[in-house]
Design a protein around this ligand. Structure first.
Ligand code: PXL
Length: 276
């Protein structure tokens, strides 16, 4: 069975990070091995939260994995709690990323053009460094602009008018390298639809879904988990992106109709069978 290490936090409420990755990767028939970065009562979008940063325990945790000579077919990273933690994750990659490992980095930093409150400039620089080591990245439009040093407001305005695809593709292409072969730009919002832009060395594809309401917690984590599981299983990137978009579309539609609070994440559980 393919084994995937998922570097992310465990949030008790919010259906995001590890509580999103675990069910998705399991349904896709892969083993999800958490490397927890922090334990939170709930994700940080709620009014308040309790958080224990796990950074100081990572070395001891990883020493046990090293003892067991465990190997990973995939590594997926997401939300990071601190600059110090980002450096430990880089050391984890030094030890566990081999030429056979697919490293998928979700460069979590921002949404709607706003850098998250818990991310400062130093942490964003670490995320950019991490993304440079990845084979696949799944930025949203805000994160793509941060990775490229581009103007988010101008690009988001174009996209809202139903335009901006050529510009988004051009930006994503500048990131491709010997190491990075796939860029999936998520959540590109138009008036009534939302698109995903897949850019590889072979070309680009835009996959568009229906748009329901605003943004929900955890959708980026569900998306990156589907992409990682499928690519590690040897599925091609376009099929993986189409599957992820349909799964998110169904989950978001159900949550929108149920009036789910955006902080509680989406009702993805009833749609996991779409991934089987
Ligand atoms: O889904 C992204 C995410 C993951 N983990 C934590 C978060 C967020 C977004 O706010 O707060 C703890």
């Amino acid at each position: 069975m393919k084994r995937i290490a998922v570097v992310n936090d465990l949030s008790g409420l919010g259906r995001c990070s590890l509580t999103a990755a675990l069910p998705v990767l399991s349904v896709l028939g892969t083993e999800c091995c958490p490397l927890p970065t922090a334990i939170l009562s709930n994700q940080t979008g709620y009014d308040s939260f309790f958080c224990v940063d796990f950074t100081d325990h990572l070395d001891a945790y990883l020493a046990e994995w090293k003892k067991r000579h465990v190997r990973f077919d995939g590594i997926l990273t997401g939300y990071l709690a601190s600059t110090q933690q980002a450096k430990r994750i880089a050391a984890f990659l030094d030890a566990f990323q081999t030429s056979d490992t697919l490293f998928v980095c979700d460069p979590v930093m921002a949404d709607d053009g706003q850098v998250y409150d818990t991310y400062d400039a130093a942490l964003c620089r670490e995320v950019v460094q991490l993304a440079r080591r990845a084979n696949v990245i799944t930025p949203n439009l805000s994160e793509l602009c941060l990775l490229c040093g581009a103007d988010y407001d101008a690009l988001a305005r174009l996209c809202a008018q139903g335009d901006g695809m050529a510009e988004t593709v051009a930006l994503a292409k500048t990131l491709l390298s010997d190491v990075l072969h796939t860029v999936v730009v998520t959540g590109v919002r138009h008036a009534d639809t939302i698109s995903c832009v897949l850019v590889t060395r072979e070309g680009e594809t835009v996959v568009t879904g229906k748009r329901f309401g605003g943004s929900f917690s955890g959708t980026g984590d569900l998306f990156s988990a589907v992409i990682t599981g499928e690519l590690v299983r040897g599925i091609d990137a376009e099929t993986a992106v189409r599957k992820a978009v349909r799964f998110l579309e169904a989950s978001i539609e159900e949550s929108y109709r149920a009036g789910t609070d955006r902080n509680d994440g989406v009702n993805f559980q009833n749609h996991l069978e779409m991934l089987l």
